[in-house]
Design a binder for this molecule. Structure first.
Ligand code: NDP
Ligand code: OXD
Length: 309
């Protein structure tokens, strides 16, 4: 069985070595020197070039090196009916939980303004409401979003979540669908996006959404760059309606050198590191899913492609 790996070149050899150790019975190839692609039955990929997967005539399964599968579905020539397995697991949940709680607390305690005040030696004493009065809202209550919402609620925030289907999560006020969206936004002071990128969530963080948030709200986007309408965010920050934003994901990654987010005083840019998969923990999860797939066992991370995420 041949497996081809498509990952960033910088960490390519690391991934190949690690996957070879985890799957010693399989032939692991790197995408830059893949040999005859007709032999390849498993493609383990992050952002494969459009049209590339279709050249593998005997492909049996595609594995996303990531929780999201948008980077695969975006391929207009994606071969039909090939199952897709995504990558989830405790390691990814824990990392996202760290990132989200860190930045929610940062916005709650207004650290960006206090940090800026230090530049001018200003003694900026901000009196804030306690966390049980601060509405935090998580868009997307899946593997990552539900975990973050639970953690924020356990910390003491007035936590809500929004999803496509109805949910019940202890300590979290759950909203769903279009009907619940406005009410969810109206009670949210710090908004976290952990949605998958689909046609219905593309551009969801736009001027209408920002207008529906209370004055002085903050946003954290660790879903996908395409969820954000960049110009609308800048306008909402510049008008003072939004207080600050933390952005981990962008339309183009790395973020272009001349993008206004880099210098915006109310924006923190993090380089898609909220929950980065590494070959150690991620490799174990991917290898486990491949073993289960090859043994014909159920794979919990198998995606229902018809849902689009
Ligand atoms: P899941 O598929 O487990 O959960 C997705 C959630 O979004 C579900 O609750 C789903 O609702 C909800 N949802 C989907 N479409 C809609 C919609 N149209 N309206 C309302 N809710 C919707 O995904 P994960 O939690 O594993 O990951 C979420 C995303 O996080 C990934 O797709 C990826 O884009 C991003 N990510 C970012 C990382 C980073 O480092 N920045 C790392 C990992 C992931 P329902 O429950 O009803 O199906
Ligand atoms: C993912 C990501 O989807 O890292 O896992 O963005």
């Amino acid at each position: 069985m041949s497996i081809v790996l498509k990952v960033g070149e910088a960490r390519g050899q690391w991934w190949v070595d690690h996957m070879k150790a985890l799957l010693p019975d399989q032939e692991i190839r790197f995408f830059l020197d893949p040999g005859n692609l007709d032999d390849v039955e498993i493609a383990v990929v992050w952002k494969p070039e459009p049209g590339w997967l279709k050249t593998m005539k005997n492909l049996k399964v595609i594995v996303s090196i990531g929780a999201g599968i948008d980077h695969i579905l975006v391929d207009p020539e994606l071969p039909k009916d090939i199952p897709i397995i995504r990558t989830t697991g405790d390691d990814l949940r824990v990392r996202m939980r760290e990132y989200v709680t860190l930045h929610v607390l940062r916005h709650h305690r207004r650290i960006p303004e206090i940090y800026a005040a230090q530049e001018t030696r200003e003694w900026l004493q901000i009196i804030e409401p306690p966390m049980y009065e601060r509405g935090v809202g998580v868009m997307g209550l899946g593997n990552l979003g539900a975990d973050c919402a639970r953690a924020l609620s356990a910390l003491g925030f007035k936590t809500a979540g929004w999803s496509r289907s109805a949910k019940s999560i202890e300590g979290v006020e759950c909203f769903h669908g279009e009907d619940g969206f406005k009410a969810f936004l109206a009670r949210t002071n710090i908004l976290v996006c952990l949605l998958p990128l689909t046609p219905s969530t593309h551009g969801i963080m736009n001027k209408d959404l920002f207008a529906a948030l209370p004055e002085n709200s903050c946003v954290i986007n660790s879903g996908r760059g395409e969820h954000m309408v960049d110009d609308d965010l800048i306008a909402a920050l510049d008008s003072g309606h939004l207080r600050a934003a933390t952005l981990d994901v962008f339309h183009q990654e790395p973020l272009q050198n001349d993008h206004p987010f880099w210098d915006h005083p109310k924006v923190l840019v993090t380089p898609h590191v909220a929950s980065l998969i590494d070959p150690v923990a991620g490799g174990e999860i991917i290898a486990g899913n491949i073993r289960r797939f090859l043994a014909g066992e159920p794979v919990p991370d198998m995606v229902d492609v018809s849902r689009g995420y």
